[in-house]
Design a protein around this ligand. Structure first.
Ligand code: ATP
Ligand code: MG
Length: 178
């Protein structure tokens, strides 16, 4: 992960650019300053569609809804830029950016390297890489508990992603539906 650009997402009313150095990144700050909102933004741009997983009731809760000094915004946009992708992502490019945008009307737009795409394309791009929405690269509060104590099927999904077979299972499911 190289950087993330956030505007209008949750508490980030103003354009915010965060760079990640190689290795591990820790986000520190007082309660309520927006640390979890950064991990929510990353899971959101990767295609998370469950508002509850993003600690909201509806997707609209992801859009900045105003403070005493700032008016609410009509749109949220997050771009995640990844470097050194040519080996892990089957895309033939070394740097890849993915963008998601949502308006108060509800619908999301997705882009890979600024080209419009479907949510599915983003999810597929990251399947079996350990980076996708349901994977283990972003561990929100409670995720460790989930891995340790959830239903066997949920636990199995973690191992399937790690061993690289999620994509084949998704293909099989789609083929059976046709
Ligand atoms: P803690 O240390 O308690 O876990 P945190 O740094 O993880 O705190 P977050 O949960 O990321 O904090 O941020 C919470 C803040 O984000 C709250 O002040 C909340 O009002 C604000 N917030 C969440 N959604 C929105 C929104 N749609 N518009 C404006 N502010 C929002
Ligand atoms: Mg938090």
């Amino acid at each position: 992960m190289k950087s993330v650009d956030i505007v209008g997402f949750k508490s980030f009313a103003e354009k915010t650019h965060l760079e990640f150095e190689p290795g591990m990144t820790a986000i520190v700050g007082p309660n309520g300053c927006g640390k979890s909102n950064v991990s929510d933004a990353i899971r959101w741009v990767l295609g998370e569609s469950r508002a509850r997983a993003l600690r909201g009731a509806t997707m609209e809760d992801c859009i900045f809804n105003g403070t005493d000094s700032h008016k609410p915004l009509g749109m949220a946009e997050v771009t995640l830029t990844l470097a050194d992708c040519d080996e892990t992502l089957e895309i033939g490019l070394n740097e890849v950016s993915i963008t998601r945008r949502v308006f108060r009307t509800g619908e999301s737009d997705y882009f890979i390297n600024k080209k419009a795409c479907r949510r599915k394309d983003i999810q597929r791009l990251f399947m079996d890489t350990g980076v996708g929405t349901n994977s283990y690269s972003v561990l929100e509060q409670g995720k460790i508990d989930q891995i340790l104590s959830s239903r066997p099927d949920d636990r199995r999904a973690v191992f399937e992603e790690a061993s690289g077979i999620t994509k084949y299972k998704a293909d099989k499911k789609e083929a059976l539906r046709k």
